[in-house]
Design a protein around this ligand. Structure first.
Ligand SMILES: Nc1ncnc2c1ncn2[C@@H]1O[C@H](COP(=O)(O)OP(=O)(O)OP(=O)(O)O)[C@@H](O)[C@H]1O
Ligand SMILES: [Mg+2]
Length: 229
């Protein structure tokens, strides 16, 4: 059962959206997903309180990092295939590794210089924690809110800075789409957005599929192993 955390020392980088998009994409493939909401503002708990939450997704509140272990225990009772933890956008929120063992830590960032600095900081936090704990934590940056059409010059500069430091970036980015914002207003998944007349749902769905595949390439057990289990 892969455990994945979304962290960034800076707020508003796209953690909650990326966590929910991953959960929805996995649930679409038939997986059971437990989302742990470790942001005191509880955006995922709020999303779950809206109509239409897919049955395969459960949401568990963990108001502080200390509560994550209890929330994970509660989540495991539902026998999820994946546990995904969304955290508060702060250094304190990013210290989630103290609570659980993670297979992958993801730091979303938009193509801004400020986000790049914070993503570098996140990568250093993960590396230093891994060194102290004696296990290398897998970390990837995720480009988020990328314009679907023309890629801005600043995005190229941000990517270059990360590459220079050998900080790895997931091969699929999340594009800027109204549908991703609307999820938190309408509730449920992409089907619910379609029913509400939100535009661009098909493109958002394809985007989520590519993003889920990139995550699965890193952490999901190979198909043969899965069948043998
Ligand atoms: N791919 C996207 N397309 C359009 N809007 C997006 C996308 N990703 C995020 N947003 C919007 O950007 C804002 C910040 O995103 P989000 O809440 O996911 O970031 P966060 O890192 O979880 O923030 P915080 O640190 O405050 O928890 C929100 O208004 C969200 O709706
Ligand atoms: Mg958030």
């Amino acid at each position: 059962m892969p455990n994945i955390a979304f962290i960034s020392p800076k707020g508003g980088a796209g953690k909650t959206t990326a966590a929910l998009a991953l959960a929805l994409g996995l649930a679409d493939q038939g997986a059971r997903v437990a989302l742990i909401d470790s942001d005191p503002n509880k955006p995922l708990v709020r999303w779950a309180s809206l109509p239409g939450r897919p049955q395969a997704i459960s949401v568990h509140a963990a108001p502080t990092v200390q509560d994550i272990r209890d929330a994970a225990q509660e989540a495991r009772r539902r026998e999820p295939d994946w546990i995904i933890v969304d955290t508060e956008g702060s250094v304190r929120g990013a210290m989630v590794f103290a609570a659980l063992r993670f297979d992958l830590v993801v730091t979303p960032l938009t193509g801004s210089q400020m986000d790049a600095i914070e993503a570098i900081k996140a990568s250093e936090l993960v590396a230093s924690f891994g060194k102290r704990a004696g296990n290398n934590l897998l970390h990837r940056c995720l480009l988020s809110r990328v314009p679907a059409a023309l890629k801005p010059r600043s995005l190229g500069a941000v990517v270059a800075q990360l590459r220079e430091r050998e900080i790895e970036i997931l091969p699929a980015a999340l594009i800027e789409k109204e549908a991703f914002r609307a999820l938190f207003e309408v509730g449920g998944g992409l089907d619910a957005l379609e029913a509400h007349g939100v535009g661009g749902v098909a493109a958002a769905r394809r985007n989520i599929q590519a993003y889920v595949a990139a995550v699965q390439d890193l952490v999901a057990p190979p198909e043969a192993l899965r069948r043998a289990c």
